[in-house]
Design a protein around this ligand. Structure first.
Ligand code: SAM
Ligand code: CA
Length: 219
């Protein structure tokens, strides 16, 4: 009987990947291409991409949002799980990072599903709300500047339909959230985790995969 999440040592993690990972060749190639990038640790873990793809399929999602693209791994995982007429509104501020993303989205044949907007995400989301798109999205993934998370969460809640899902990355922040805050980023995540715990607008699970992934289903 397991009462607590099993810690994963290297050999158990290798086992998990060897016995469950089904990574599209272009996802694997993008992971390899990002491996030597100075900010490579910003990329999500492959088993997390696979979980998100499964959730997108379970939701029957067609309209999705991504906040924080970097070299495009999480967006590619979601895009591959969407139907051909599915769409991602992808938000980032870096032309340099997302140039790599665009290349791999093309190579995987899903570029037509992804609208990349290079501007602060809060601005992009506010414009979509103002354009009357509230309640029209099925899924959102939040993985950009941590102090912006609470604002993105509120904007995504507006943009999602009832039953839609928001996934929020790095909510355990390497374990730092359980200790006295050492930075504004940690403080922001602690406050958001506490807020979501008592937020009656959502159903909630904090999944201890990778750096912690909160799943919030809009009621
Ligand atoms: N999800 C990505 C992946 O799977 O590889 C990793 C995203 S990385 C952790 C965070 C990204 O957020 C960076 O590419 C950064 O340029 C972007 N970012 C930072 N501040 C932002 C803002 N205000 N609006 C939009 N994107 C922002
Ligand atoms: Ca992340």
């Amino acid at each position: 009987m397991t009462r607590q999440t099993l810690p994963l040592d290297d050999s158990l993690y290798e086992y998990l990947l060897a016995n469950s990972l089904r990574e599209h060749p272009e996802l694997a190639a993008l992971r390899e291409a990002t491996r030597t990038h100075p900010r490579a640790s910003m990329q999500i873990a492959p088993e997390q991409g696979q979980l998100m793809a499964l959730l997108v399929k379970l939701l029957g999602a067609r309209r999705t949002i991504e906040i924080g693209v970097f070299t495009g791994y999480s967006a590619l995982a979601v895009a591959l799980a969407l139907p051909d007429d599915g769409r991602i509104l992808a938000c980032d501020i870096s032309d340099e990072y997302t140039r790599v993303a665009r290349e791999y989205w093309q190579r995987a044949g899903v570029a037509h599903k992804i609208e990349l907007v290079l501007a602060p995400a809060a601005q992009t989301l506010a414009a979509r709300i103002a354009a009357g798109e509230a309640g029209t999205y099925d899924f959102a993934f939040i993985d950009a500047d941590k102090t912006g998370y609470d604002g993105y969460y509120e904007q995504c809640l507006q943009l999602l339909r009832a039953g839609g899902l928001i996934a929020i990355d790095n909510v355990l922040r390497g374990g730092a959230v359980a200790r006295p805050a050492d930075s504004d980023d940690t403080r922001a995540l602690q406050a958001l985790n506490a807020k979501l715990h008592r937020d009656e607008r959502i159903d909630l699970a904090l999944v201890p995969i990778a750096d912690g992934l909160t799943l919030a289903r809009k009621r």
